[in-house]
Design a protein around this ligand. Structure first.
Ligand code: NAI
Length: 286
């Protein structure tokens, strides 16, 4: 039987989530995605109209099929958590069952189980502010959307994950080294995500024989990264200073994710795997 993957955080064809979906599809997995509710309509329409067809092409020439798209807002665990203004917001009112618990229940109803869970989402409303100028609410929102969202996804999807399954999230080196410009508590959120990767590897490994790893990815011109505002500078910096002097493609991260979620990586869990042309290994710029 082929593997089934649920990838949370796909809303266009520019980000790491899309590339991971493609690498998993190329390896034979069935693809389900979770798309942020406010981005759902545009994503579904663009997909239907063929706007992504060029980037759906897999190495064998076929097109990646997304079996089902689920609406998701990973900052809410269950319907009781959703504030009234969000519930009645017209970008949300058109969709149903998009809290984490409900999304897991829908996937269970539709497909029974999954093998691979991917968390490719982050949000920090104050990301452009230095940490010293970040509000408590901004900081907590960054951790809620970017770190606890993974704890919650794993908690709710673990019961429907087949033993031997694997989970992947995406992190950034700003968790452990100073990257001025990655503010708003996003550096703190990535540090939490990496620490949780270890604790959750233990808990999910013991409980369900599921592996938990995170990929520390180099800079990519995604929608989210463009919103931060310094992505071109980070790409240039990497080109100049990394051991491998080439622009990082999303596919390279996708392929690493496919490896980590495959039996080839059956003894790897609790790891931060760098997919960044080696930039993390440099001590100084050159
Ligand atoms: P992206 O824009 O393709 O992906 C972020 C996704 O998160 C979007 O689809 C957005 O709709 C979704 N999202 C935001 N809030 C959400 C919520 N509450 N519930 C559900 N979905 C929500 O951008 P990218 O850059 O591919 O981001 C994916 C992951 O990669 C993130 O964790 C990011 O921090 C990480 N990363 C990105 C790097 C880069 O240079 N682009 C470098 C290292 C890590």
């Amino acid at each position: 039987r082929g593997k089934r993957a649920f990838i949370a955080g796909v809303a266009d064809d520019n980000g790491y989530g899309w590339a991971i979906a493609k690498s998993l599809a190329a390896a034979g997995a069935e693809i389900l995605v979770g798309t942020w509710v406010p981005a759902l309509n545009i994503f579904e329409n663009s997909l239907r109209r063929g706007k992504f067809d060029e980037s759906r092409v897999l190495p064998d020439g076929s097109l990646m099929e997304i079996t089902k798209i689920y609406p998701l807002d990973a900052v809410y665990d269950c319907p009781e958590d959703v504030p009234e203004d969000v519930k009645t917001n017209k970008r949300y009112a058109g969709s149903a069952n998009w809290t984490v618990k409900e999304a897991a229940e829908s996937v269970k109803q539709d497909f029974g189980t999954i093998d691979i869970l991917v968390h490719s989402l982050a949000n920090g409303p104050e990301v452009s502010k230095p940490l010293l100028e970040t509000s408590r609410n901004g900081y907590l929102a960054a951790v809620s959307a970017s770190s606890y969202s993974f704890v919650s996804l794993l908690k709710h999807f673990l019961p429907i994950m087949n033993p031997g399954g694997a989970t992947i999230s995406l992190t950034y080196i700003a968790s452990e080294k100073i990257i001025p410009g990655y503010g708003g508590g996003m550096s703190s959120a990535k540090a939490a995500l990496e620490s949780d990767t270890q604790v959750l590897a233990f808990e999910a490994g013991r409980k369900h024989n599921v592996r938990v790893n995170t990929i520390s990815a180099g800079p990519l011109r995604s929608r989210a990264a463009k919103a931060i505002g310094f992505i071109d500078m980070m790409i240039d910096y990497s080109l100049e200073n990394a051991p491998l002097q080439k622009e990082l493609t999303a596919d390279e991260v996708g392929n690493a994710a496919a490896f980590l979620s495959s039996p080839l990586a059956s003894a790897i869990t609790g790891a931060v795997v760098y997919v960044d042309n080696g930039l993390n290994a440099m001590g100084v710029g050159v």
